[in-house]
Design a protein around this ligand. Structure first.
Ligand SMILES: CCCCCCCCCC/C=C\CCCCC/C=C/C(=O)SCCNC(=O)CCNC(=O)[C@H](O)C(C)(C)COP(=O)(O)OP(=O)(O)OC[C@H]1O[C@@H](n2cnc3c(N)ncnc32)[C@H](O)[C@@H]1OP(=O)(O)O
Ligand SMILES: Cc1cc2nc3c(=O)[nH]c(=O)nc-3n(C[C@H](O)[C@H](O)[C@H](O)COP(=O)(O)OP(=O)(O)OC[C@H]3O[C@@H](n4cnc5c(N)ncnc54)[C@H](O)[C@@H]3O)c2cc1C
Length: 674
């Protein structure tokens, strides 16, 4: 329904036939996926701005050295800041620009965590002092929490901040090798300041981990301050990827900072060294992590949809087998196995877009509540952000790798864009909380909620279904044919029943054990699965909610319904053992789900290319010869190969030293260099 001319490309469109077959209004879907007309316009404008600026080119990223990559990332960050100031970009526009530049750098941590933590944990006076500087980038901050010895166990951190009343200062110290700060992004080379999480000691008493601001580099010449040891931790996984970030190490040797550098909104130390807590929950000290986790959830769909766009377009262009009697060979997208691996990921990218919108709403809602001193839904928000961060990043990382395999051999080339995408994305399964640790947090929340339900408290929000636990643990599924699975309330009840039953089984086990902590540990694999089931239910329920709403644009609602059903049924068939083991479904009902899932593949097939077009990724952003909008894959793979530095000379460097002696059988002769 949409002409390629709109993209300014007239010469060739190998995917034109695919696009012509779409059964919905692609432009309306684009607006829906962008989050609205305004968001769509901002995204389009900023995507083009980035794509047309040579400083933001990214073709060579997988080929250049780490040093060059890092220096380039500094150049890009500086250039982006210049544009933000010169054009007076809004926060929304700046965030879009960050996304389209598509290269992690120190500003992510500065804006995402340093400033967020200051806003959440600094007093007004402290905010006045530090935020003014930080907003101008007159200081660059990082978030220095993780240490060489501890990351997940935040309460186990070893760096100390000991108060000295004689000088009204804290003394920051790294007492052991394992207390070395290790991993903070932006710390290695860029930051001038660090938000340091350290054990607060005053009057010989340890009050646990608190946040302190420490200047680590000179504002004149960027040289580390005395008694501060700081540097980069080294090359990370993959070419390009997260290597544009200077994840750093940091040690303090009795470094003194003013008492006022402790962030004092949640707790303070007086001049006399007295420790005083505010009446706010100490967990607010974890607020920056909650903020980034929700941001990561909102971003998951972007990454997954990029991989899926590449794999769908390429699968429509690529042909293998068949082709007898003058017929073209079969497009690989028409193979059922390809559809079975690819279309659920397409549906997942849509599901995560919808849950990402909801997550933003949830975060805005909790922020407003916290501002009004209402802390009641903090545990639920923590469980949602932690759990959804965990499942969306794991599925997205695995999904990118699956898309690479779906592109066969060419997917393994950096020219496909997929290896780099995977390398850049996969640390999301670890940073901001290891995904298993985060699911265990959700499991604790579920057990607590069930205990509260047993004592008559009504659960709210995403846990509300647990208030219906008696029904959900006794009801039988009524599906008797494939089509029954298309009923949203049937799907919803299946996911609620599965999640409630898994949580209840764990809760009973733990409650009956003499030592509940030991039982929790023994049962942790099952608890992780129960938590996953709960999080999948959240996504399914948000997708169903959205698919039931009326939306502008011919066929848009119908496509969302198809994708919603496909998403839910793909989860159900993949995790059928849960549904069967909890006794909610029979084997026959699972078979019906599989049949229905297959029927849905046929509904997706004619729309697949248009459904990925609707994500509206520019060719610059995709950075993929396989995922190009025009489908001109082979020309660009071929041209790209000739740009490789190895092809700069016809006869390779090293020929005379190392190849010729082999070929001329002179390996052991007097002139051999080997
Ligand atoms: C040009 C413009 C640019 C603009 C840029 C903007 C960028 C924005 C978007 C950026 C997006 C992506 C960028 C990604 C960058 C990522 C960089 C990575 C950073 C990091 O990794 S920072 C370090 C993260 N570390 C962790 O996540 C550690 C994980 N561990 C923990 O969170 C905890 O310690 C724990 C959850 C494992 C808890 O362990 P425990 O020992 O039990 O802890 P306690 O402290 O005792 O707490 C227990 C009770 O507290 C509750 N709890 C725990 N966490 C939270 C929370 N976050 N919120 C609320 N409540 C919480 C827990 O439930 C317990 O409650 P209970 O006592 O049971 O009631
Ligand atoms: C690219 C990247 C960027 C980062 N940026 C920052 C940053 O800016 N600032 C910062 O402070 N940190 C940062 N980090 C650190 C990150 O937050 C931690 O690595 C993360 O929280 C995981 O902690 P860990 O490394 O201690 O893992 P560990 O906890 O040591 O995990 C190792 C394994 O043990 C398992 N495990 C651990 N405890 C338990 C348990 N109780 N029960 C069951 N299994 C368990 C985990 O599941 C995992 O499989 C970054 C990390 C990466 C990779």
């Amino acid at each position: 329904m949409e002409g390629i001319e709109e993209r300014g490309v007239k010469e060739v469109d190998y995917l034109a036939e695919e696009r012509a077959g779409a059964q919905f209004h692609v432009h309306s879907m684009k607006i829906f996926l962008a989050g609205g007309q305004h968001e769509y316009e901002v995204s389009t404008r900023i995507a083009n701005l980035v794509a047309n600026d040579p400083v933001f080119a990214k073709e060579d990223r997988a080929r250049i050295s780490r040093k060059e990559l890092y220096k380039n990332s500094l150049k890009k960050a500086g250039h982006a800041w210049k544009i933000i100031l010169e054009k007076g970009l809004t926060e929304e526009e700046s965030m879009r620009m960050r996304a389209f530049i598509d290269e992690p750098n120190y500003t992510d941590l500065h804006w995402g965590m340093f400033i967020t933590a200051l806003k959440g944990q600094a007093t007004e006076e402290q905010q006045h002092k530090w935020l003014r500087q930080a907003y101008k980038l007159a200081i660059i901050g990082c978030y220095a929490q993780t240490e060489l010895g501890h990351g997940s166990n935040v309460q186990g951190l070893e760096t100390t901040a000991t108060f000295d009343p004689s000088t009204d200062e804290f003394v920051l110290n790294s007492p052991t090798l394992t207390s070395t700060k290790w991993w903070p992004g932006g710390l290695g080379k860029a930051s001038t300041h660090a938000l340091v999480y350290a054990r607060l000691i005053t009057d010989s008493q340890d009050y646990g981990v608190h946040a302190f601001i420490a200047q680590i580099r000179s504002l004149d010449d960027h040289i580390p301050l005395p008694n501060v040891t700081v540097g980069d931790i080294g090359v990370k996984f993959g070419n390009g990827g997260y290597n544009s970030m200077d994840n750093g190490l940091l040690r303090f040797d009795h470094v003194r900072i003013p008492r006022e550098n402790m962030l004092m909104k949640l707790a303070r130390v007086t001049e006399q060294g007295k420790y005083e807590r505010s009446n706010k929950p100490r967990q607010l000290g974890y607020g920056a992590m909650v903020y980034i986790r929700q941001g990561i959830v909102a971003e998951a769909s972007v990454y997954l949809s990029r991989a899926v766009t590449i794999a769908v377009r390429y699968s429509a262009v690529r042909r293998q087998f068949g082709g007898k009697d003058d017929k073209a060979e079969v497009q690989v997208i028409d193979y059922r196995t390809q559809q079975h691996r690819l279309f659920p990921l397409l549906a997942t990218a849509y599901a995560y877009r919808i849950v990402g919108f909801w997550m933003k709403w949830l975060y805005a809602d909790v922020t407003e509540r916290l501002n009004n001193n209402d802390f009641s839904n903090l545990p639920e928000v923590h469980a949602c952000t932690a759990g959804l961060k965990s499942i969306t990043t794991s599925v997205t990382a695995d999904g990118i790798e699956q898309c690479r395999k779906l592109c066969g051999g060419h997917g393994y080339l950096c020219a496909s864009g997929l290896p780099e995408l995977y390398a850049a994305y996969v640390p999301a399964c670890t940073y901001e909380g290891d995904n298993t640790i985060l699911l265990l947090q959700v499991a604790r929340f579920l057990l607590k909620t069930l205990t509260q339900v047993a004592s008559g408290t009504k659960p709210v929000g995403t846990a509300a279904y647990l208030g219906n636990v008696q029904h959900l643990t006794s009801v039988n599924c009524e599906v008797s044919q494939g089509k029954d699975w298309l009923n949203p309330s049937v799907l919803l009840e299946a996911f609620e029943a599965r999640s409630a039953r898994m949580a209840v089984a764990c809760a009973m086990h733990v409650a009956e054990a003499p030592d509940s902590e030991l039982a929790f540990e023994e049962l942790s694999p099952e608890l992780v699965e129960a938590a996953r089931a709960h999080c999948q239910l959240i996504v399914v329920s948000k997708f169903i909610e959205q698919a039931q709403k009326d939306l502008p644009g011919e066929g848009v609602k119908q496509q969302l319904e198809v994708l919603c059903n496909l998403y839910a049924l793909s989860l159900l068939t993949t995790h059928s053992s849960d549904f069967l083991a909890t006794g909610y479904l029979t084997g026959t009902q699972v078979s019906h789900a599989k049949d229905q899932q297959k029927a849905l593949f046929s509904c997706v097939r004619p729309n697949a290319v248009a459904l990925v077009d609707a994500f509206d990724h520019t060719d610059h952003y995709l950075g993929s010869a396989l995922g190009r909008y025009d489908g001109d894959v082979y020309t660009h793979l071929y041209k790209g190969a000739w740009k490789d530095p190895l092809n700069e000379s016809v006869v390779t460097e090293g020929y005379h030293e190392y190849l010729r002696p082999v070929l001329t059988q002179q390996l052991w002769g007097p002139t051999s260099k080997l």
